[in-house]
Design a protein around this ligand. Structure first.
Ligand SMILES: Nc1ncnc2c1ncn2[C@@H]1O[C@H](COP(=O)(O)OP(=O)(O)OP(=O)(O)O)[C@@H](O)[C@H]1O
Ligand SMILES: [Mg+2]
Length: 302
């Protein structure tokens, strides 16, 4: 059975997509098969991974489409994960790069993407009106698992920065007893850390509705501090990070090693080259590798 990991925060611009893409690369580089599922109509993860518009997207697994057959007959279909999935290939986009990792093509070939599409804005309306709209993603994964396609694939969900039917779909699709996990990203500020309590409420509600037993409750398994300024700057941010780690904080044991703030991060996004390709030797790239080690130790990615 494959492992599913939600990279989730109900707040926007906290580092989710950056974490999804760079963790996906770190996992693929060490030999894992990784699938990124985009659920954000902004399509940032897809842009970052160099994927343009695709014939199908995540919404095709969630909302029925009408297909007209050769005989003119109309049928309703929900597409499968496999029908929506696309491979990631290397793009040499940066003309200023001096040298590329010669192994990149090999390890990038282990990443596939079920891409988000801008149509997801419309699909959200349809899903909101569908009484089973919260469980469509779970059904798509159950079907793939029955087909035996899921073994040893690690799926990372790039959630939108809001509480929406898409994030509910992701949370319903996770099952902690199968090793599925929830990771959240947050800059050390009021908005990000304040949002953790709201997210806990959402999880409690999902746990209640899915009638999970005490031993199988969804929980926030890791809090990744993102965009953390250096300690000689931004005392406010350092203090918020310290608050998060304090003994009386409910998150203290969950706080992962921090991802530092670095201008190469937005650069690598705009250049459509994940950090391991764009700047393999920068400290922030090492931060993502250290994050993966920490997540492995906690059983989140292993
Ligand atoms: N460590 C970092 N240092 C500097 N900038 C960063 C860092 N991490 C992320 N950013 C930048 O912060 C912005 C938000 O990051 P990102 O898109 O990953 O957040 P998000 O939570 O996915 O946002 P959204 O809710 O819009 O999907 C982006 O411009 C990104 O390049
Ligand atoms: Mg994003």
């Amino acid at each position: 059975m494959g492992k599913k990991i939600a990279i989730w925060n109900e707040s926007g611009s906290v580092g989710k997509t950056t974490t999804v893409v760079n963790l996906a690369c770190a996992l693929a580089k060490r030999g894992e098969r990784v699938r990124v599922v985009g659920l954000d109509p902004q399509c940032d993860a897809e842009y970052y991974l160099g994927i343009g518009s695709t014939p199908r997207h995540t919404g095709d697994m969630l909302v029925e489409r009408t297909v007209i057959g050769e005989d003119g007959e109309r049928t309703k279909v929900l597409y499968t994960i496999a029908e929506c999935e696309v491979p990631v290939g290397i793009r040499v986009a940066n003309p200023h790069a001096e040298e590329y990792d010669p192994t990149a093509a090999e390890w990038l070939s282990r990443i596939t993407v079920v891409p988000a599409g801008a149509d997801l804005y419309d699909d959200q309306v349809a899903l909101d009106q569908d009484p089973l709209g919260g469980t469509r993603l779970r059904e798509a994964f159950e079907e793939a698992e029955q087909n035996g396609d899921e073994d040893k694939v690690i799926t990372l969900f790039d959630c939108p920065g809001s509480k929406s039917v898409f994030t509910i779909n992701v949370l319903y699709a996770l099952d902690p007893k199968d090793g599925d996990r929830v990771v959240t990203c947050t800059p050390p500020d009021w908005k990000g850390t304040g949002g953790l309590g709201k997210m806990q409420k959402t999880l409690n509600e999902v746990n209640r509705r899915t009638r999970r037993t005490e031993k199988n409750l969804l929980d926030i398994d890791a809090v990744v501090p993102c965009r953390v300024p250096p300690s000689n700057r931004g005392k406010f941010f350092q203090n918020r990070l310290a608050d998060l780690k304090q003994d009386d904080s409910p998150w203290a044991a969950k706080v992962a090693p921090r991802i530092r703030e670095a201008v190469v991060v937005p650069e690598s996004f705009w250049q459509q080259e994940p950090l391991l390709i764009y700047v393999p030797d920068e400290p922030v790239t090492a931060d993502y590798l250290a994050l993966l080690d920490w997540l492995d130790e906690r059983g989140v990615t292993k």
